[in-house]
Ligand binder design. Structure first.
Ligand code: ADP
Ligand code: MG
Length: 288
């Protein structure tokens, strides 16, 4: 269990990236969902003990993380948002190198660990290839392999699916799901479907604050019977937007499908629809 309390972080230029964050993260894949600039990377770097908060505490089991950084690093794996790989080295060689840095000095132990991780991330057949020739999906799977070196109890992965094509993303989801069956995974993303597919628990982050923490299922239930939709022309949609609590307005076959929030039936042409996690996200972010 990772318990974050009152965590606040201000950068030297005055940006308050984290504003009194309180979150509790259990087992499985935890989703940290938020738009660009909401503070996801700031929170993850702080948990990874790479930067100091102004104040607040992080407790991992019995460990006071901010006062036990070395100890935290031995149980933590981290895949940063900007994950640079040495392009001319092979996956296998870089994993060996990183394993040594992680303190796995015994040669045969290291080999079996590297082999196991290449196998798990479906990279065994590409182990000798230069990392520079890897596709986006392969690079991210390699990122998971390196995060898992040394048997961490928790891994933190910062927007790992951004830029992956649908097939690569699906494969990556399956890998994270597998890892989440064994250890805690904290996944940050701005992609709602990452969370709906993978997470049993999530928090929505916006402007450095946690707007809600809940299971996606419970979050969707809070909007049951309150989301209404109707197709409009774009000019009609703009008119309606002034008078309604608009959740989202999306083009579909050249029409604007407008979704609004209303406790009561807004009347024709709106019809009631099943809420989705995306509705929850927009509802929270738009502050309706
Ligand atoms: P996210 O990962 O959700 O996009 P970040 O944690 O990167 O959000 O950023 C949160 C806020 O903090 C943004 O306003 C960003 O511009 C600012 N920020 C991030 N890193 C720094 C930094 N090193 N110095 C100053 N401001 C920063
Ligand atoms: Mg980020």
């Amino acid at each position: 269990m990772l318990r974050i309390t009152n965590l606040t972080k201000t950068y030297p230029n005055g940006t308050k990236a984290l504003n009194d964050i309180n979150v509790t993260i259990g087992s499985g894949v935890f989703g940290l969902l938020g738009p660009n600039g909401s503070g996801k990377s700031s929170l993850m770097r702080t948990i990874a003990t790479l930067q100091e908060p102004d104040y607040g505490t992080i407790q991992f089991g019995e460990m006071d993380v901010l006062n036990s950084k070395e100890q935290m690093r031995t149980v933590l794996g981290y895949l940063p948002q900007e994950f640079g790989v040495y392009p001319t080295i092979s996956a296998e060689n870089l994993l060996h190198h990183l394993a040594v840095l992680k303190g796995i000095v015994d040669g045969s132990q290291r080999k079996s660990e590297v082999d196991r991780l290449l196998e798990m991330t479906n990279l065994s057949q590409y182990r000798k290839k230069k990392l520079g020739s890897y596709s986006g999906g392969m690079k991210q799977r390699f990122g998971i392999a390196q995060a898992l070196l040394g048997n961490p109890k928790i891994i933190i992965v910062d927007e790992p699916t951004a830029g992956l094509d649908p097939i690569e993303r699906d494969r990556f989801h399956q890998l994270l799901n597998l890892v989440g069956e064994e250890i805690t995974v904290i996944l940050s993303t701005h992609i709602v479907s990452d969370v709906s597919e993978l997470c049993n628990e999530m928090a929505i982050l916006h402007q450095g604050r946690v707007l809600m923490q809940m299971s996606p299922k419970a979050a969707i239930e809070t909007l049951q019977g309150k989301i209404w939709a109707a197709p409009f022309s774009q000019s009609e949609a703009e008119f309606f937007a002034k008078t309604r609590h608009v959740i989202s307005s999306k083009l579909l076959h050249g029409k604007c499908l407008m979704k609004i929030y209303s406790d009561t039936n807004p009347g024709s042409p709106f019809t009631s629809i099943e809420p989705s996690l995306e509705d929850v996200y927009f509802y929270q972010i738009n502050g309706i």
